[in-house]
Design a protein around this ligand. Structure first.
Ligand code: ATP
Ligand code: MG
Length: 465
């Protein structure tokens, strides 16, 4: 019908969506952004990645530090984009695609996400905290999945891009959405909460994290507790009583959950020989495939949320008992006779302590080895925090303690002559230090910040074993 070449309208005619999104039309995008073309025509959805565009999508051009999607608008058009959201109108000129011009495309992405979240209209559970967000998100997903159609954050997409994309990906038939919310700068949780409009907020833990941005523990608490603003239910970890106090001033209702001193606790719990937590909750007994007491505490948060949403406890427990284990987050890997606790995904002081606690509770009679790599993003407190975790390692019951990167200096200061300790600033020197001391059936904890990529050691360990 709109057949003449060269005008914006001919381009619109050309790009009919393969499938119409149940919500998105040009008019609704204009409503969400407060500007731009209002054409009574459906769109397929919202995309930020030229490689993943569906025909008929509105393409939002994000600007990163090294990457500016405004340079790929013709690629986006060729891939089927039916509309653009840009901050630089000149880049879209002449491409024949209806364009929304905004001052900040990242803000626009958030506005679109909120619009769909509201239109969908069901419950959103936000998961924030210093440690255990992804674990708890996966526990929640598993706990809800037998009863409800669940949408949850994929992987770790918890930032100003990942959270809006998670919301935009909520399918219409989902009955609950579970959204991981991360931060490394003050204000990020508040922004993400405003975008997400959660009904329930779960805060997993408060610990030293991203201190470069958040300053100190008080700063972390201030930042993370922004998640409680306006929620009807806050679920707080009993291990951090300071969280409940703040939550009470913000949320309509507060429930504490954890292993003790909480309104939701197990009647009994423990760890099996391989560090898997088992729990008895109101007569329901179950064992988690995750490892460590901290995961049992996370599971209690999930049970509290499931209960609040009407999920029967037996279904929540059965779902969690059969959940997939996220890779490199405490995964238990048998390499020959050797056991590797692969926790190389990331590290900060609290998660280091949790992992050392786990190592201390498993592998009786076996050589216990802790390989600890730099904890990044600790700012001015870095040296002190490395020393404190080094001290915890010395007290953990580990037989061999290996410090890599910033831990080298910490162990050098703290235990220069301790025969249990090996240390080097240099990853490449690591294996030749460890190999002569490692026993065949050792149990080895591998943990450091993402940037350390300690998993590089796994092939070496594996061929040695
Ligand atoms: P990220 O900031 O990378 O998104 P996250 O908050 O999503 O991290 P997870 O990926 O679940 O956290 O776990 C990271 C590390 O923290 C793992 O080593 C895990 O064992 C540990 N951990 C999980 N839950 C807790 C907890 N409640 N307290 C302390 N450490 C925990
Ligand atoms: Mg995470």
């Amino acid at each position: 019908a709109f057949s003449t070449a060269g005008t914006a309208f001919s381009a619109i005619a050309a790009v009919a969506p393969d499938h119409a999104h149940p919500y998105w039309t040009f008019e609704r995008v204009a409503d969400a952004l407060g500007t731009g073309p209002r054409i009574p025509r459906p769109l397929a959805g919202v995309s930020t990645d030229t490689r993943a565009i569906s025909r008929g999508d509105v393409f939002v051009a994000l600007k990163g530090e090294r990457f500016d999607a405004h340079d790929f608008l013709s690629t986006a058009r060729d891939a089927g984009a039916a509309a653009f959201v840009v901050s630089d109108a000149r880049k879209a000129a002449g491409l024949g695609v209806p364009t929304y011009v905004v001052s900040d495309t990242l803000v626009a992405l958030g506005q679109l996400a909120t619009a769909w979240r509201r239109a969908w209209g069901r419950s959103v559970i936000a998961v924030a905290g210093s440690n255990g967000k992804t674990s708890t998100k996966e526990l929640l997903k598993a706990a809800f999945s037998r009863t409800l159609v669940v949408h949850a954050t994929k992987g770790n997409l918890n930032n100003l891009i990942g959270v809006p994309l998670t919301l935009l990906a909520i399918p219409s038939n989902a009955e609950v959405a579970i959204v991981e919310v991360g931060t490394n700068t003050p204000g990020e949780v508040a922004t993400l909460r405003a975008i997400t409009e959660p009904d329930i907020a779960v805060l997993t833990s408060i610990g030293e994290e991203h201190l470069e941005g958040l300053g100190d523990l008080a700063g972390v608490l201030r930042e993370e507790s922004e998640i409680f603003h306006r929620v009807t239910l806050a679920i707080v970890p009993s291990a951090h009583p300071e969280v409940a106090d703040i939550a009470k001033s913000r949320a309509t209702a507060v429930l504490s959950a954890g292993l003790e001193h909480a309104s939701i606790t197990p009647t009994a719990w423990g760890l099996d020989d391989e560090g898997r937590p088992w729990l008895d909750v109101e007569g329901v007994h179950f064992t988690l495939p995750l490892r460590g007491a901290h995961q049992a505490a996370n599971a209690m948060l999930a049970i509290a949320a499931a209960g609040a949403c009407g999920v029967p406890l037996v279904d929540a427990a059965a779902g969690m008992a059969e959940m997939p284990v996220p890779s490199m987050r405490g995964a238990w890997e048998q390499l020959g006779e050797l056991v590797l606790i692969n926790d190389a995904y990331n590290a900060n002081p609290a998660s280091m302590r949790a992992a050392l606690d786990l190592l201390g509770r498993v592998g009786s009679g076996q050589q216990r080895v802790a390989i600890l790599g730099t904890m990044r993003e600790l700012g001015a407190q870095s040296a002190q925090q490395h020393r404190e975790v080094a001290r915890a390692a010395l007290a953990s019951g580990a037989d061999l303690i290996v410090g890599v990167g910033d831990f080298a200096a910490a162990f050098h200061d703290l235990a220069p002559a301790d025969p249990r300790v090996l240390a080097t600033p240099d990853f490449d020197a690591l294996w030749s230090l460890i190999a002569p001391r490692l026993e065949r059936n050792a149990i080895v904890l591998l943990k450091g910040s993402r940037g350390m990529r300690l998993e590089r050691l796994v092939p070496t360990l594996s061929s040695w074993a």
